[in-house]
Design a protein around this ligand. Sequence first.
Ligand SMILES: [Zn+2]
Length: 423
Amino acid sequence: MQLEVKTILNRIQHFAGFVYREVRFGYSARGRLRIHVCLEPHRSSRGSCSACRKPAPGYDRLPQRSWLFVPLWGIKTYFFYAPRRVDCPVHGVVVEHIPWSDGKRPVTLTMMCFLSRWARRLSWRETARAFRTSWECVYRSVEWFVHWGLAHRKLEGVSSIGIDEIHWGHGKGADGFLTLIYQIDRHCRRLLWVGPRRTAATLRRGLSALGPELVKGLRFVCSDMWQPYLKVIAAKATQALHVLDRFHITMHLNQAVDQVRRNESGRLRGRAAAQRLKHMRWQLLRRTSRVRGHARRKLQDLLDSKLATARAWMLKDSFEHFWTYKSLTWAGYFLDYWCWRALRSRIEPMRKVARMLRSHEELLLNWFKAKGEISGGAVEGLNNKIRVVTRRSYGFRTYEAMEIVLYHTLGRLPEPELTHRFC
Ligand SMILES: [Zn+2]
């Protein structure tokens, strides 16, 4: 049998009630080569109503429309079809249901799925370039894909969530942040919701978007010590155990050490001791076990000094021990002792952290009650992924595009089932 493009199309993507009439070359207005795929209704089939999908008597035919399809051999390919209108007894005269199309969108569903899948592996700009289309077309496709996924996702079985905020945009106030809600159960980690700003109202909106059923079923909520969040969680998810997660606490400790280093190197400018603090930022923020070789010797050199930075670093490093306790009581003793030491250290940024930890002692110790139930690195892992995404998508000026890209890459959304996977 001679293999024709029509044969291939019929094999991979047959639409019941429609036939591929012909496939031919065409040209764009600028004279570029195109492939045109012309479709016709099957002789014996009636059109179905686009509202109820039931077959209905024909009414008339609209002018021919075109839809962008997946490029074949790198040549832009279009579907051509003149939609029928049907006279549905319930919905009146309406356009028929067209299985490759969604409303007025000029792109086939197949192409939207195709572009969306590639947009996870490449940036949107690269996707557009590779498949000879525009950034806007990729954006609209991913947007459709994400909305489909959000409408079809299942939110059952969510028992732990993590609440996080990331800096996005230019503002330093609440406006410069996004609030994110993750599912952090062992069996499933994904982004559930994202919203602009990081206020109590944002989080309240997020929780109500997820629905009261989900909120009522929560057993654990992880968050930072950010006051507006704490308030909302205490009010909304009363049955859930609220845990301050390790990732955020470590972040606060690191920020304090960095603050001490900056203050001290400012104070010591020009003196020999300042040399010890030079280029030490990353070594000080990393976990000790991850600093090796020359950097390790430099770090050791710094630690042997009597500098405030060294003492701050040792305080930070000793706090790691807190997470290893099995007993709640002993963890409590350790926390008291650590805070006492930090408060006596006369290093203001460390004292500030100690005061903060002390005032949230109960929530901190909840970590040990939830141990083994929530995965410890989940919030950190998702937070890192988000950083990668926001960095890659430097071009996204609008919040809407940012929201779409976050759901697309981290939402683990279900995908429309097509008969053939092009990629
Ligand atoms: Zn109908």
